[in-house]
Design a protein around this ligand. Structure first.
Ligand code: TPP
Length: 326
C-alpha cells in the first residue's frame, strides 16, 4: 500500500464501501419482494472487482453473473443497476436482464453472463478481434472457480495461448461452486496450476485490493506488449450463500470467521490508518456518501416505471452492429 497514492487508496475504499452498501440494500429489497429472480451477492469479494477495474480502466470486460460490484467499479451508475434489479425500464438493460445481465457497451462492459464459463469463448473471440484490429487495450474476463472445470475454460486458455491473444483471465477462487467445494471436483484447489503451462499464471490474495490492483496492472502491461494472455487466481470468499435461495450450510462457521477476519474493506481502512495515509474523517465521509448514493438508487428504482409490454419484442436481435470486422 505504501507505494500507492492516498487518492488511489481512498478511491479503492469508497468503491468497495459503495459496492457493499449497494449489495446490502439489494438483499433487503429482495427480501421485501422488490427484486425477483436470482440475486448473487459479492459481499466479501469486493477487492477483486474494485482492484481489477481500477487497474483495467480501458478495454473490454466480460463477466459472469456475480457482477454488481464489478459494474459499479467500471463506472456504471448504481441507480441504473438498482433499477435493473427491480426490473424497471430505467435499468441499464431496460429491466429485461435483471441482476445477472448488466450490460453497457459505452463502458465496454459486455457482461453479466448466466452460463458458467459461457462468456470465456466470447472474451477470447473479442481478444482475437482486438488483436487483428491492432488495439492496445485488450480484454479482461472474470469468472468463478467452478468455471475452471468447464470445457469452454480449457478451450479458451488453449486458443488464447496458441494465438497470443491480449486477454487477462481472472478467477475468483471462493472455493465453492454453489455447494461444491473446488477440491472435490478438481485435482487441486490452487487453480493457477490449470493455466501455468499455457501462460504466466499467479495466485494472489483476493481479499487485498492493493494486491489485486498490482497484479492486474502487471497483467495489463503484459498483454499490451503483445506477449499473449495472462492468468490471475485471486483467493477470496463470499460471505453470503451462492444466491438468495442458498443458506450456505455446507460451510463451517470457523472457515467463515477466518475469511471475515481478512475483510477487504476493514483491513484496507486499518492499514491506511496505521500508515497515516488516509484520515478517519475521509473514511467517515466516504461511508456516509456511499449510504446516500445507495439510498438514492433504491428510491430511483422504486419510483421508475415498469417496461411497456411492447419492450418484450425489442432488442431480441441486434439491429446494427458496430466493431464488426469485414
Ligand atoms: C453451464 C452451466 N452449468 C450449470 C449452471 C448452474 N450454475 C449456476 S452458478 C453455478 C456455480 C458456479 O460457481 P463458480 O463458477 O465457482 O462461481 P461463483 O458463483 O462462485 O462466483 C452453477 C453450477 C450454469 N449456470 N451453467
Amino acid at each position: 500500500m505504501n507505494s500507492l497514492s492516498s487518492t488511489k487508496v481512498e478511491k479503492f475504499y469508497y468503491l468497495m464501501r459503495l459496492g457493499r452498501e449497494f449489495e446490502l440494500a439489494a438483499k433487503e429489497e429482495y427480501m421485501k419482494g422488490n427484486i425477483a429472480g436470482f440475486l448473487h451477492l459479492d459481499i466479501g469479494q469486493e477487492a477483486c472487482s474494485v482492484g481489477s477495474m481500477q487497474a483495467f480502466d480501458k478495454g473490454d470486460v466480460f463477466t459472469h453473473y456475480r457482477e454488481h460490484v464489478l459494474a459499479i467499479a467500471r463506472g456504471m451508475e448504481p441507480k441504473l443497476i438498482m433499477a435493473e434489479l427491480f426490473g424497471k425500464v430505467t435499468g441499464v438493460s431496460r429491466g429485461k436482464g435483471g441482476s445477472m445481465h448488466l450490460f453497457d457497451p459505452s463502458l465496454n462492459f459486455y457482461g453479466g453472463d448466466a452460463i458458467v464459463a459461457g462468456h470465456l469463448p466470447l472474451a477470447t473471440g473479442c481478444a482475437y478481434a482486438r488483436k487483428i484490429q491492432g488495439e492496445k487495450a485488450g480484454v479482461f474476463t472474470i469468472f468463478g472457480d467452478g468455471a475452471t472445470n468447464a470445457g469452454a475454460f480449457f478451450e479458451s486458455i488453449n486458443i488464447a495461448a496458441a494465438w497470443k491473444l491480449p486477454l487477462i483471465f481472472f478467477v475468483e477462487n471462493n472455493y465453492y461452486a454453489i455447494g461444491t467445494r473446488i477440491g472435490w471436483v478438481s485435482p487441486f484447489e490452487e487453480l493457477y496450476n490449470k493455466a501455468k503451462n499455457f501462460m504466466p499464471a499467479k495466485r494472489i490474495d483476493g481479499m487485498n485490493v492493493c494486491e489485486v490492483y498490482k497484479a492486474v496492472m502487471e497483467a495489463k502491461e503484459h498483454i499490451e506488449n503483445s506477449l499473449g494472455p495472462y492468468f490471475i487466481e485471486a483467493e477470496t470468499y463470499r460471505y453470503e450463500g451462492h444466491s438468495m435461495s442458498d443458506n450456505g450450510k455446507y460451510r463451517s462457521e470457523e472457515e467463515m470467521d477466518i475469511f471475515k477476519s481478512r475483510d477487504p474493506i476493514e483491513n484496507l481502512k486499518k492499514e491506511a490508518l496505521r500508515l497515516g495515509i488516509v484520515s478517519q474523517e475521509y473514511f467517515d465521509s466516504a461511508d456516509q456518501k456511499a449510504q446516500e448514493v445507495v439510498q438514492e438508487a433504491v428510491e430511483f428504482a422504486a419510483a421508475s416505471p415498469e417496461p411497456n409490454l411492447k419492450e418484450l419484442y425489442e432488442d431480441v436481435y441486434c439491429k446494427e452492429c458496430t466493431n464488426v470486422i469485414p
